[in-house]
Design a protein around this ligand. Structure first.
Ligand SMILES: NC(=O)c1ccc[n+]([C@@H]2O[C@H](COP(=O)([O-])OP(=O)(O)OC[C@H]3O[C@@H](n4cnc5c(N)ncnc54)[C@H](O)[C@@H]3O)[C@@H](O)[C@H]2O)c1
Length: 273
């Protein structure tokens, strides 16, 4: 069975590991806080004691034979911070991890925020087709819970300027944006950080990549002119095929959506400096 490397086995990383083990994948996990990681791993071993899967503490340098790497290492935001505020601290962590991964040549899903800026950096090393920044899927899940519109989704930055694409354009879209942000902050305020929401969807994305099947989703990838974004990772609708980015799916944006998408691009460019 294929192994997945999870770097940063905290709140989100721990639950991603749980979900992947439940799907039958082996997990190699690392965290800079080793005693906490060993505790998480022992707990996971007990959960899956009767299953044919393994979960072990593994140095990042020893994850090069994994079929997929998931990076969840880094500082999460508090209610008084935006994701953009995390860039300086989390960039250093990502650079250190990338150096340790050396010549690893497989796909990478990055979760660490600000994910669009971080994935722009990750894609320079691992390639545009293999570098996926997770964020729009959980934003879309939050949006659907607010609007009830089953085909509604989110594009753009996984941050302050995310772009809701609504089937019903008669809504007050600024109000919808504020309600989605408030629901996200509600989780952070009450339980310090999100976990079940992102972890479930990250595991679904991981499974789609590992299985090689065709999969349409909303993920941050480096754009090459699509929707006016160039050389920067932005949340867009994509098709994954054979475990790689197959193509960015074009869709019509109205003027409000185009403007907000451009604000997303500018915001991530500003973060990258
Ligand atoms: N993209 C998304 O949708 C999404 C959703 C939730 C959280 N996040 C982001 O994911 C990251 C993790 O969030 P969390 O809530 O799990 O935080 P957490 O604090 O629970 O876990 C982060 C873990 O990373 C570890 N870590 C720090 N530096 C490391 C290093 N150099 N090498 C290995 N491990 C290291 C920490 O020890 C910690 O255990 C944050 O940046 C957060 O903003 C993104």
């Amino acid at each position: 069975m294929k192994s997945v490397g999870i770097i940063g086995i905290g709140r989100v990383g721990g639950l991603v590991a749980y979900n992947l083990l439940a799907k039958g994948y082996n997990v190699k996990a690392y965290d800079v806080v080793e005693n906490y990681a060993q505790g998480q791993i022992m707990d996971l071993k007990h959960a899956f004691a009767f299953a044919d899967v393994t979960v072990d503490f593994t140095k990042v340098e020893e994850m090069r034979d994994c079929s997929l790497i998931i990076i969840t290492a880094g500082f999460p935001r508090t209610t008084s911070e935006t994701r953009a505020d995390l860039f300086g601290r989390n960039r250093k962590i990502i650079e250190e991890i990338m150096a340790k991964l050396g010549d690893y040549d497989g796909p990478v899903i990055t979760i660490t925020n600000p994910v669009d800026a971080i994935n722009t950096i990750v894609a320079k090393k691992f390639g545009r087709e293999k570098s996926f920044g997770f964020g729009n899927t959980i934003d879309s899940a939050r949006l659907i819970k607010v609007t009830g519109g089953a085909s509604d989704f989110v594009m753009g930055e996984h941050g302050e300027n995310f772009v809701p694409i609504l089937s019903n354009k008669n809504y007050d879209r600024d109000e919808i944006v504020n309600r989605v942000k408030a629901d996200n902050l509600f989780v952070i305020e009450n339980k310090k950080g999100t976990e079940y929401g992102p972890a479930y969807h990250i595991a679904e994305l991981a499974e789609a990549i590992l299985s090689g099947r065709d999969f349409n989703t909303f993920v941050s990838v480096v754009c090459e002119g699509e929707f006016g974004a160039e050389g920067i990772s932005m949340g867009v609708p994509i098709r994954i095929k054979n475990g790689k980015l197959d193509k960015i799916l074009e869709c019509h944006l109205d003027e409000w959506e185009k403007k907000r998408f451009q604000e997303s691009v500018e915001s991530t460019k500003k973060i990258l400096g």
